[in-house]
Design a protein around this ligand. Sequence first.
Ligand SMILES: Cc1cc2nc3c(=O)[nH]c(=O)nc-3n(C[C@H](O)[C@H](O)[C@H](O)COP(=O)(O)OP(=O)(O)OC[C@H]3O[C@@H](n4cnc5c(N)ncnc54)[C@H](O)[C@@H]3O)c2cc1C
Length: 385
Amino acid sequence: MNATGNRALVIGGSLAGLFAGTLLRSIGWQVDIYERSPHTLDSRGGGIVLQPDVVEAFQRAGIADEVPLGVIAHERYYLNRDGSIAETMPIRQTLTSWNLLYSSMRRQFPAEHYHQGKHLSEIAQDETQVTAMFADGTRETGDMLVGADGPTSTIRHLLLPDYTPQYAGYVAYRGLVDEQELDSATAKLLTERFVFYQFPNSHILQYVIPGENESLIPLERRFNWVWYVNYEQETELPHILTDKNGHRREYSIAPGKIHPAVEQAMRAYADQLLALPFQKLVAATKEPFVQAILDLAVPQMVFTRIALIGDAAFIPRPHTAASTAKAAANAIALIDALVDSNHNVPKALEAWEGDQLALGMRLCKSGQALGERSQFMYGKGQRSG
Ligand SMILES: Cc1cc2nc3c(=O)[nH]c(=O)nc-3n(C[C@H](O)[C@H](O)[C@H](O)COP(=O)(O)OP(=O)(O)OC[C@H]3O[C@@H](n4cnc5c(N)ncnc54)[C@H](O)[C@@H]3O)c2cc1C
């Protein structure tokens, strides 16, 4: 693709930012990504259900043929409390990891245009340009700015200050276990399957994802589990989100940082309530982590030359398994709109916004319906199973 002479500033260098960055380059834009973290974002290796929009984004960015994208699960199992199989469903899905998607796109995106340690603090725009100002005092100017700065988006805060993520009433405890770390009977039951255990006001699920260095080789991969547990916002959540150093975290606590008392209570609760294979999975997890489940839906994604994408705009609950696909879909539609409008940014963004708002709303509503049904059927609290 020939260069168009246009320049995009992408704020946030996680999945949404990298989808936008790699795809904008594929239509001839010059792109710079600005990420506030000074480190490579490699510590969040959770699982992701691979959806068609992600595959399409990779194909369009020229990444798809480079690496296999995940582990295939051939069926779903729903377990009974005693660990026996209650129900099976022949559903084929590809399961991947945050790390694999992130690393694949980082390899594709030129390192000299990915800037770490750049914290956007202000924005300005006029009829022809948009300017990003950073906490280190530097500024950059381009034709378009993509706000891919996630749930705590500074750009959303500047443009839509009344819209912040709302706690949904429950958290996800999560964990990863190397394939070799589970006993062979449990591993055999869980491998290459999407397995669920549901009980009143909670459920846990697991699937196998790529392992260290994106390995898809059997016995080098990882079990990935997610367990949804209700906590009251004022009285219980602050305790769960206080890390082992006593710092209150806003929405999540990283692996190795959960407070020992919280971790111990979670492990005891798992032994008390979960089906045996899941008890073993939780027990084998060295460093569990936790994320509050959030709701966010904005009424507007376009501000002349600025577009909000990914979790900065809409956070559907994870039961939809669609947030990453939504970020990819936002970026795919963005480049199509730019090409269709001959790279006229305000015109393209205006044409882009309607469908993206509808997509975000639809996913948020379906995630809420799924979450309310699984977590709050018996009131807001926890049930004993
Ligand atoms: C429990 C759970 C399970 C999930 N499971 C799935 C799943 O199965 N499938 C799925 O598709 N998705 C899943 N997700 C969601 C998925 O992780 C995100 O939707 C996806 O990573 C897209 O996020 P993002 O890039 O928009 O935001 P983020 O990943 O939050 O990235 C935002 C980036 O912007 C940077 N940033 C923030 N502020 C600034 C600033 N001022 N200046 C510069 N940089 C800044 C941040 O450092 C960060 O790197 C799950 C989420 C949760 C909580």
